[in-house]
Structures are given as C-alpha cells and as structure tokens.
Design a protein around this ligand. Sequence first.
Ligand SMILES: [Zn+2]
Length: 354
Amino acid sequence: MIIDTLRELVSMPSFGGNEVLIADYLVAKLQSHKTHRVVVQNYAEGGRNVLILPPVPRIILDAHLDTVPPGNLENWTASPFALVEKQGQLIGLGALDDKVNIAIALELFETMDCHQVGFVFCGGEETAGDGLAFALKSGQIPAVELAIAMEPTNAQVITAHKGVGWVKLVFRGKATHASTPEKGENAIEKALRFGEYFLHHKSSLIKQHALLGSNSFNLGTINGGTVPNVVPERCEMQIDIRTLPGQIEADFGAMFEQLVKASGSEAEIVTEAFAPAMDYSGKSKWLNKLRDLSGKETSTVTFWSHSGFYEAAGIPSLVFGPGDIRSAHQPNEQIAVAEAERVLGIWREFFKYI
Ligand SMILES: [Zn+2]
C-alpha cells in the first residue's frame, strides 16, 4: 500500500514553488473523511499547505510536500518522477525526502485511530520553511503536546538540531571614474573593512551547546563592482549562520549592526532567511516511548527541519523517520522498502499510546 501511494506521490512534481498537483491529490483523497477537517492554504503563488485536523489533536505528524529540483536528468538512471523498485530500494525524486513520510502518514490515517492526531503537509520546506511559517502564523495549527517532523533520521529519534540564517550586507558607495577615485566612495573597500574586522572578531561570537557543539558563520558570497575602471558604488556580502537553540533572528540583526559600526563601515543589513534551532531537552513524555520503540538512543542531526519552527511556536518537537539523509537531494534518491515498513510498524505501536 505504501508503495502504491509513494508511486503516485513521486509522479507529481512538487519543486520550484509549485505544489498544486500534490496538494490537490491529498485534498481529493482525504476530504471525504468525517473525523478531520481539511484546511488548504495558498501561502504563495503555487505554494500550498494541506492540514488535516481532528477537533482536539494531541500530536501532529508533519511531512513536507516539496522536493528539491531533480538537477541534471542525465545523472538519474530513470525518470525522477517514475518510482523504480530495484533490489529492495524505491528510487525517485522525493522518494525519501519527504514523500515516503507522506505515504506513511496517509497509511496511518487510513488504518489507525487518529482522532487525536493531526497531519500537517506544508510546502516550501526546502526554501526556508515558508509554508509552515505561514501555517503557524495563520493560527490553524493547534497547540499540541508534540509535533514530529518526519524526515530521514535512520529511524533514530532526534532531539536537537541547529538553526540557519542568511544575512545580507549591502555596502553603498559613490561611482566615479577610476582616474579620480577621491571624488567617489569605494563600496568594495567598505566591504573589505568590515570583512577584515568580522574575521578578527567572529571567534568572540561563538557559543557552545552541550549536544550541538558551536554556532558558526560562513562568509559565503561577495559581489561588487562592474569594471576595473569605475569606482564601485555597491558591494554585497552574504553570511550563512548556523545557530544554536535560543538564538533568534533579532539577535543577529543587532549583532551585525554592531559589528558594522565597530568596523568603521556602513551597511544595510537584511535578514534573508531565518529558521530556528530545536532542542527537546527536559521533556520526556513522548520521547521515551518513541525512543524505546525505535530501539536506538536519541541523537542530533546536522540538517535543519520543521521542528525548529514548531519549537519557536511553543510546540515541543522531535524529528524521526526512515532512511538515510545522505541519499536526499541526490540523483537516484532512494529508500529501502523494508526500512519504510519497519518505521510504519513503529508508528503503529506508538499510536496505541496516544
Ligand atoms: Zn526533508
């Protein structure tokens, strides 16, 4: 059953901001159910969320509708949209991340008592979680006891991960002919002044977390100027920040404003994306049950998930799902049939406790 559903899900492309096909499929499949209401949200043009909610849910299972683009089709052994079953593996775009989890969620919904379980299927996860951010802001997601982001964790319960933020700094100058640089203002020089200061001081911005290690900064892009014989009027820098639990968007805006000022430079600071970290520490109620059923100790992951948004909204969250994240975002993405079925079995047992 999971395989048939997964085949249908994989056949519906859901990348590049277009999740209409897969959202319509879910609505058609689920709207006749009497126990849950179906909420469809258009969070952007082509971007869809489908929420399946009972009157009073205690738990939410979350799986995202979107995938990354297929990339170079020559690297795929078959069409990314035609699920191939080969030596016990199911191969296709999104087969692992995250459509196997949608298939598992649908199977649970069809076959188990779900009167206290809500299902959240949002788009935009691969582009900073736009869909879930919209859904949480809309007030349609109730304050449940636990939300589980169903993602590839090798069926290990994940209790913490870092967050991610992108900050853009725009340095502005005044263009003039390179033969009279004193009449202009060089935006690249302003950026370099800041860059130098940042490299010297960034170690003082590092904090430690017991499970996750330290936060980090990556100066990822610098773009400025047009031709060598014009004083550049604009230079941009983008910095990727991996955050620790408790570090929020506002902290980084203020931090970069201070850094720019201290460097003697001037820049406009834009937060391009911010997705918070997650840490379930100190709560054990559902964690112990899921961990015992998984048969593995809890762990952390290096990737970001929807869990961060849930936790920021005051909803305790964990990450759990079948398969190895290393196969995600790759050609011939795959999930083992046996692993998917084993995790479905774990969920069936877990549902008995709800
Ligand atoms: Zn994912």
